[in-house]
Design a protein around this ligand. Structure first.
Ligand code: NAP
Length: 450
C-alpha cells in the first residue's frame, strides 16, 4: 500500500495529506484499447472478459482539478456499455476529447479507467481550486463540464463540451484514485458510509433532474408517475423522489423479488411486467403495442384512479411507444436512455392530438446535484445499495448489472478495506434511523462482501 493510501486510511490531517507524495501508479478497473474488437460477432458480450483490475499511471493534475482517494464507487449501466464496447468503444470519446489539446490530451491512453460514481477524500487540489482543500470528504458528480463555454452558464448540461466522467473521459471512479474537476464536487453526506455515499450521485442526480427539476418534468404534489425499471439504479431513486414530493409512484418491475424490494421502499402500486404481455419485440408490432398500452392504462386507472401525469423512461425501444400512449392528455414522458435500443417507435397521433410532450434529460447540472444531495443529507432520500463488492471483483459486480440480477445499486469498495467506514456524524445517522438507511441491502442475487 502506498504511503498516501496509509495516510488516508489513518485519517491524516489536511496538511499531512498535502505533503505526502502521490503514488506513481494506482489500482483501477480499466479497459484496454486492444480489446475493443473482442466481442465482434459474439452474442453474450460478457463484461468479465473485458474489465481488468490492475495498476495504471497517476495522471498529472490540471489547475482546475483535484485528486481524490476513492474509498468507494458503484457500478452504473454506462460501465456495462463501456465494457461491451457498445454502441461504440468509449476509446473513441477519449480520442475525440484529446483533439482539444492541452490537458485534454492526457485522456487518450491505451487504457480507460471507468466508473462514474465515487466517494472519497481529496488529497491534492490544483492551483486554481478555490472552494475545496485536502482532507475534504466528497462525492463526485459525473457531469464533467467546460466552465469557459457560454452555454454552461445557462445550464451545465447544455455545453457541447459536457462529458460523462469515467465514460467519455478517462480517470474514472472505479479505482483507488481519481482525477476530477473541482466543478464535479459535492459534499459527502456525513451520516453515510463510503459505500452508501458512492451509490447516490449519478442515479439520484439523474432522477432528480428528470422528475423534480424545471428542466425535467417539474413534478407536483399528487402527480401519478409511471416508473419503468423501478427496482433498478435509476428507478429506485425515482420512486423515492416521487414519494418525497407528494406524488404517487406506479412501479413496473420484472420479478416478484423486485416487487418486494419496491414495497420495502414504500411503493404501494407495483406491476410485474410479465402480466402486461410486454415483449422486447413490441416496437415491431404497433397494434400489439397499443393493446399492451391499453392493458397497462386500465391497470393504472384501477389502482390510482387516473392516467399517469409523467412517465419515467430509460428502457427505450421496448417500452417507449407504450409510454407515449399511456401518459395522460397533456402529460410528459421524460427519457434519459434506451437500454433496449435507441430507435424508438411510437404512434405520433397520441402525442400531437393529446398534446403530450417528450423531454430528453441527461445527468444533472451541479446545482441540481447539490439539491438532490441535500435531500440525501436530510434522510429524505436513502441509498439503494443492495450489495457491496471489493474492487478486485468489480467485473462480477458489473456482470450482475449487465444480466439484470441486481436490485438498486451495487457498491464497490475501492480504497476502503471493509464496509461500514466513513460515517462522520453518527448522531445524524441515529436520528435518521439505521433501519431506514438501507432498505434494499442483501436483495441482489449476488451479495458480495456486504
Ligand atoms: N442519460 C443519463 O443521464 C443516464 C443516467 C443513468 C442511466 N442512464 C441509462 O438509463 C438506463 C437504465 O439505467 P439504470 O442504472 O437504471 O440501469 P439498471 O439498474 O440496469 O435498471 C434498468 C431497469 O430496466 C428494466 N428493464 C430492463 N430491460 C427491460 C425491458 N425489456 N422492459 C422493461 N424493463 C426493462 C429492469 O427492470 P425489471 O427487469 O425489473 O423490469 C432494470 O431494473 C441505462 O441505459 C443507462 O445507461 C442514463
Amino acid at each position: 500500500m502506498s504511503q498516501m493510501s496509509e495516510m488516508v486510511l489513518g485519517g491524516a490531517s489536511p496538511a499531512a495529506l498535502e505533503r505526502a507524495p502521490l503514488p506513481a501508479e494506482y489500482v483501477a478497473a480499466h479497459l484496454r484499447v486492444e480489446d475493443s474488437d473482442m466481442f465482434r460477432g459474439v452474442g453474450d458480450k460478457d463484461v468479465r472478459k473485458s474489465l481488468r483490475v490492475g495498476p495504471v499511471p497517476m495522471p498529472e493534475l490540471a489547475p482546475d482539478e483535484v485528486v481524490i482517494a476513492v474509498l468507494a464507487s458503484s457500478v452504473n449501466y454506462n460501465t456495462v456499455w463501456s465494457a461491451m464496447f457498445e454502441p461504440i468503444p468509449t476509446f473513441r470519446f477519449l480520442e475525440h476529447f484529446a483533439r482539444q489539446g492541452g490537458w485534454a490530451t492526457r485522456h487518450d491512453q491505451p487504457h480507460q479507467v471507468v466508473g462514474s460514481d465515487g466517494a472519497g477524500v481529496i488529497v491534492r487540489v490544483g492551483s486554481g481550486v478555490r472552494r475545496w482543500r485536502a482532507g475534504d470528504h466528497v462525492v463526485v458528480s459525473p457531469a464533467y463540464v467546460d466552465d469557459q463555454e457560454p452555454a454552461t452558464h445557462a445550464d451545465g448540461m447544455l455545453g457541447a463540451e459536457q462529458r460523462a466522467w469515467g465514460f467519455e473521459t478517462n480517470f474514472g471512479g472505479l479505482a483507488e484514485y481519481s482525477v476530477v474537476r473541482a466543478s464535479q464536487l459535492v459534499p459527502k453526506p456525513a451520516h453515510l458510509t463510503w459505500e452508501e455515499a458512492a451509490c447516490n450521485t449519478l442515479c439520484a442526480g439523474t432522477a432528480y433532474r428528470m422528475l423534480v427539476s424545471d428542466r425535467g418534468a417539474n413534478m407536483k404534489q399528487g402527480d401519478v408517475v409511471l416508473v419503468w425499471g423501478a427496482a433498478g439504479g435509476l428507478g429506485a431513486y425515482a420512486v423515492q423522489f416521487v414519494r418525497n414530493g407528494g406524488g404517487i409512484p406506479v412501479a413496473v418491475v420484472g420479478s416478484e423479488d423486485k416487487a418486494e424490494a419496491l414495497r420495502a421502499l414504500g411503493c404501494e402500486v407495483v406491476i410485474n411486467r410479465a402480466e402486461l404481455g410486454l415483449t422486447d419485440d413490441l416496437a415491431d408490432h404497433p397494434d400489439r403495442m397499443i393493446e399492451v398500452g391499453k392493458r397497462l392504462g386500465r391497470i393504472i386507472r384501477d389502482r390510482v384512479g387516473r392516467d399517469p401525469d409523467i412517465v419515467f423512461e430509460h428502457v427505450g425501444r421496448a417500452t417507449f411507444g407504450i409510454s407515449v400512449f399511456v401518459v395522460r392528455r397533456g402529460g410528459v414522458v421524460v427519457t434519459c436512455g434506451s437500454s433496449t435500443g435507441y430507435h424508438h417507435l411510437f404512434d405520433n397521433r397520441y402525442l400531437w392530438m393529446k398534446l403530450k410532450r417528450v423531454i430528453g434529460s441527461h445527468v444533472a447540472n451541479l446545482q441540481e446535484q447539490w439539491e438532490a444531495n441535500r435531500l440525501v443529507e436530510l434522510g429524505h432520500i436513502v441509498p439503494t445499495m443492495s450489495a457491496v463488492y471489493p474492487l478486485a471483483e468489480v467485473a462480477e459486480a458489473t456482470r450482475l448489472v449487465q444480466t439484470n440480477q441486481h436490485i438498486g445499486k451495487v457498491a464497490v469498495l475501492c480504497m476502503a478495506p471493509e464496509p461500514g467506514l466513513g460515517v462522520t456524524d453518527p448522531g445524524l445517522r441515529a436520528r435518521i434511523g439505521e433501519d431506514r438507511l438501507n432498505p434494499l441491502l442483501g436483495r441482489a442475487l449476488g451479495v458480495g462482501v456486504g
